[in-house]
Design a protein around this ligand. Structure first.
Ligand SMILES: Nc1ncnc2c1ncn2[C@@H]1O[C@H](COP(=O)(O)OP(=O)(O)OP(=O)(O)O)[C@@H](O)[C@H]1O
Length: 486
């Protein structure tokens, strides 16, 4: 659809763009990224022939842009420049209708049925039809932006050039506009080239990205090929961290602020753990990084409060999430800042152990309800009667753990738990074989993320050695404690 070949150009004698080449296929949404002043808007102006390049060619549908008349070009391509704070005195309908001018034939041309349809459809698509008779100056920035997109759609061209279409818009309007553009691209084969400042939005919505640096192409390709930690840090001279979007297979960046909080004594010891009548509690004065399979706030995150709550064996688990939140509120624990587990084992039976490693303390807390213990290798051959019992394990590490170390620490802790069940001859009552856990065990690894950096957490690493020993020993004691009450 669009070919940009060896474009050089700028303003007067100052060269801005240096040998830019790329292609955009029909039905593609291309995002142009790059730091301030790198030449994104200049490139858009050259593509839209507002500015002449000093050398190079722009082709639309394999024809050089100069060979199109203005009217022909306007039918092929729509340009939506950056919105300025201009005062508008047209109605929404009048503004959208301007998009049809390239389709008018001759000076006294008639407004056709086709024009009317295109205007109505564009207003419906962009959700602005309901204010078609309002004046633009009475609309919000987001509504105005949608009106101009409607004007671009009414023009019914196959290529749309946009310069920061989401500038100054709140997240709802950013989403609306980008969803709408995406829909046009996917469902009607529209080709869109847009300058975007937000790298995350660009990675989410665009098919391809062009990353510019000093008037040149630094990278071009699919979002996962362009949005790379090193590349972005280098081009923008910023500190970032790269992760996957939680719901989509798209890269997303997070800015890493340089200002660090003043380092308090960020240390957790067993004195921070309290056994209350209804739960075991850790209230840290700072957030810990956590990976867990807890009932409340499972997954990876940062939390300050942790509880392992004792519930009655007949606790109704139908609305567990809501009930748990109510309970946290009652206890004065913020639901967004607390990780919660549940057990039928009394909190007084919890085992708390502290190990002093060379890198810092590791605290292990275990409650072991083994009434429903099962052998994981045999579960495929039977139905489960619901039997109460859960082994809940917390491991708190005073160190900085990598993501691998978190996952490996979970594996190490699980292996140590299984070994403890074996050692204590905990049996699956149905299969009469050694049990490996219960159907509802929970595990939590939390780290202060200060002090020594631990890249790995497997069994022979400094962290893994303590986790293995600590979880094994604490689980054995917790099992014995549980059996005492049987
Ligand atoms: N009309 C102009 N006359 C002279 N120089 C200009 C003109 N417009 C832009 N420039 C210069 O050209 C360079 C590239 O500007 P351009 O607007 O293309 O950058 P950009 O990547 O779009 O930046 P931003 O992210 O800040 O919008 C800048 O150094 C700018 O000062």
């Amino acid at each position: 659809m669009l070919q940009v070949k060896n474009i050089c150009g700028g303003y007067g004698t100052t060269p801005i763009l240096k040998d830019i080449s790329f292609q955009v296929g029909k039905g593609t949404f291309l995002g142009i990224l790059g730091p301030n002043g790198c030449g994104k808007s200049t490139l858009l102006k050259i593509i839209s022939s507002i500015l002449k390049p000093s050398s190079g060619k722009i082709l639309i549908d394999d024809k050089e842009i100069e060979s199109y008349s203005n009217r022909e070009l306007a039918k092929k391509m729509t340009v939506l420049p950056q919105l300025q704070g201009t005062i508008f005195s047209n109605t929404v309908r009048e503004t959208v209708s301007i998009g049809r001018y390239p389709h008018q034939k001759g000076f006294f041309s008639q407004w056709s049925k086709e024009d009317e349809q295109a205007v109505n459809q564009a207003m419906l698509q962009t959700g602005v039809k309901r204010y078609e008779n309002s004046y633009l100056e009475n609309l919000s920035g987001g509504e105005r932006q949608r009106v101009f997109i409607a004007q671009a759609l009414a023009q019914s061209s196959q290529l749309v050039l946009l310069d920061e279409p989401t500038n100054h818009l709140d997240i709802a309007h950013q989403q609306q506009i980008l969803d709408m553009i995406r829909k046009e691209v996917t469902e009607h084969g529209l080709t869109v080239v847009s300058v975007l400042h937000d790298i995350n939005l660009a990675a989410l919505y665009c098919d391809e990205l062009l990353l510019m640096e000093n008037g040149q192409v630094r990278a071009f390709g699919k979002p996962h090929e362009v949005v790379l930690e090193k590349e972005i840090e280098d081009v923008y001279d910023a500190q970032i961290s790269l992760q996957a979007h939680p719901e989509q297979p798209k890269p997303q960046i997070t800015i890493l602020p340089e200002i660090q909080e003043p380092l308090k004594d960020k240390r957790i010891t067993r004195n921070h753990i309290q056994i209350k009548s209804e739960y075991v509690e850790l209230r840290s004065q700072f957030p810990l990084r956590v990976l867990s399979s807890a009932v409340h706030n499972a997954g990876l995150g940062w939390y300050e409060n942790f509880i392992n709550r004792t519930v009655k064996p007949d606790y109704n688990i139908e609305h567990v999430q809501e009930e748990f939140i109510q309970f946290l509120n009652k206890e004065g624990l913020s639901p967004t800042n607390t990780v919660g587990m549940m057990t039928a084992v009394e909190s007084s039976k919890a085992i708390i152990k502290q190990y002093n490693a060379s890198f810092g303390e590791v605290i292990v807390i275990v409650t072991a309800g083994i009434g429903g213990a099962i052998d994981v290798s045999k579960t495929y051959e039977r139905e489960f009667p619901i039997r109460v019992g859960t082994i809940n394990i917390w491991v708190i590490v005073n160190a900085k753990l990598s993501d691998e170390a978190f996952v490996q620490a979970m594996m190490t802790a699980t292996e140590a738990k299984v070994k403890a069940l074996h050692s204590e001859q905990v049996v699956d009552v149905q299969t009469k074989t050694i049990a490996t856990g219960t159907p509802t065990d929970s595990l939590l690894i939390a780290a202060t993320q200060t002090g020594d950096y631990m890249q790995y957490g497997g069994p022979i690493t400094p962290v893994g050695k303590i986790v293995g020993r600590g979880v094994f020993e604490a689980t054995i004691e917790a099992i014995r404690n549980y059996r005492k009450g049987d």
